[in-house]
Design a protein. Structure first.
Length: 209
């Protein structure tokens, strides 16, 4: 289980935030004085983009909710999905958590850090990238693919009942394999490859992939 959680933490070490280079109508003070949920959609998006570079975990989590609500009315907007994914990762606290990771005492450090991370937001980030891929896969960066692949790898290990089960010879033995985790594992493998990685680097060598 600890190995699964370490994989999730690895996401933060490779995640690259990008922000739009544009001049906003409102200053940072004016943004802070207004509830972003009350802004027009265009200004909500500008606010969310500006928050990405702020390092403010709580603000990113709040901005994620705003962008996620916009997607209810515009579900095929790939840019909004990718913005939501970035905000979800930032808002989850995983980036800050990496700064506190004690490599000399990894097991204890991971347990302590996980108490501060919103894993639901980490999971939501992957879902948004998956949806974005179905709309326009050319819009997804290698970093976003790799991060999502690692999140999906953690998800697959949970579905399979443990990381070690992902290498079981019975997992994925046929196209109709009923085992939990295999479909997610295949998707994780595809995303990691698209991100320029190799799933074997993360301890998975399932011959059925």
């Amino acid at each position: 289980m600890k190995k699964i959680l370490v994989i999730v933490l690895v996401v933060a070490t490779i995640f690259i935030y990008t922000s739009c280079q544009q001049i906003f109508t409102y200053s940072a003070l004016e943004w802070a004085q207004r509830d972003p949920a009350d802004l027009p959609p265009e200004q909500q998006i500008s606010y969310a983009e500006s928050i990405l570079s702020s390092g403010d975990t709580e603000a990113m989590a709040d901005a994620y909710e705003v962008i996620d609500d916009l997607l209810d009315d515009d579900p095929n907007n790939v840019d909004l999905h990718l913005l939501a994914a970035d905000l979800a990762i930032g808002g989850s606290g995983i980036t800050d958590a990496i700064a506190d990771l004690d490599l000399e005492n990894l097991d204890t450090s991971v347990e302590d850090i996980l108490a501060t991370i919103d894993l639901d937001l980490v999971d939501a980030a992957a879902d948004h990238v998956i949806l974005a891929e179905g709309i326009d896969d050319t819009a997804i960066s290698e970093e976003q693919y790799l991060n999502t692949g690692l999140i999906l790898l953690a998800r697959a290990s949970e579905e399979a009942g443990g990381f070690g089960n992902l290498n079981a010879p019975t997992i994925g033995a046929s196209l109709n394999a009923p085992e939990f985790g295999f479909a997610t594992l295949v998707q994780a493998n595809d995303f990691i490859i698209n991100g320029g990685g190799d799933i074997s680097d993360y301890g998975v060598d399932n011959a059925n992939l």
